[in-house]
Design a protein around this ligand. Structure first.
Ligand code: ZN
Length: 169
């Protein structure tokens, strides 16, 4: 049973580097700048050195497409790749809700994963067990929040100390 395995290996790296995460790291989806982007934002995770640039094409309150660039660890880049795939075709409201759920999954250990449907993004749930890597997983979503807030003229309220800024749009 799991207890035996946990005793031998209390921090299981398989929880961090799940297959779907490694797949997105090796074969990133939507890598590059969207030519038709209506909003762009970028962010930096100083604790690991990860960078994400995000460009989003928003038409009629729908995310028609997302592109990302940047460099950094596998968690940061895979999280961005999975995000672009998961959010394509979603409404602004739906994208905001998904972002909120993913961030809760990563930071709130009372979050009920069974109450939501995050698809492949649930692979990121293991990152929550590795506190030093949580900001790696959060980075793309913080950049998204910044981009979406700017798209609708809102201020973004963020206490995560991940610096983000809107670069154009
Ligand atoms: Zn990282």
């Amino acid at each position: 049973m799991a207890s035996n395995r946990e005793a031998q290996n209390p921090v299981d790296l398989d929880d961090l580097y799940r297959d779907v995460i490694l797949d997105h790291y090796r074969s990133p989806r939507n890598r590059g700048v969207r030519e038709d982007a209506t909003i762009s934002a970028e962010g930096f995770n100083p604790s690991c050195g990860d960078e994400i640039q995000l460009s989003v094409a928003i038409v009629d309150s729908t995310l028609n497409g997302l592109g990302f660039g940047g460099s950094g660890c596998s968690i940061s880049q895979s999280s961005a790749s999975m995000m672009t795939e998961a959010l394509t075709g979603r409404s602004l409201d739906s994208a905001r809700e998904m972002s909120r759920h993913v961030q809760q999954m990563l930071t709130d250990d009372t979050f009920d994963l069974d109450a939501v449907d995050l698809g492949d993004l649930e692979a990121l749930s293991g990152v929550a067990k590795f506190p030093v890597r949580i900001k790696c997983g959060l980075l793309a979503w913080k950049v998204l929040d910044q981009a979406l807030a700017n798209a609708s003229g809102e201020a973004v309220n963020d206490d995560s100390d991940i610096p983000t800024r809107v670069t154009s749009g």
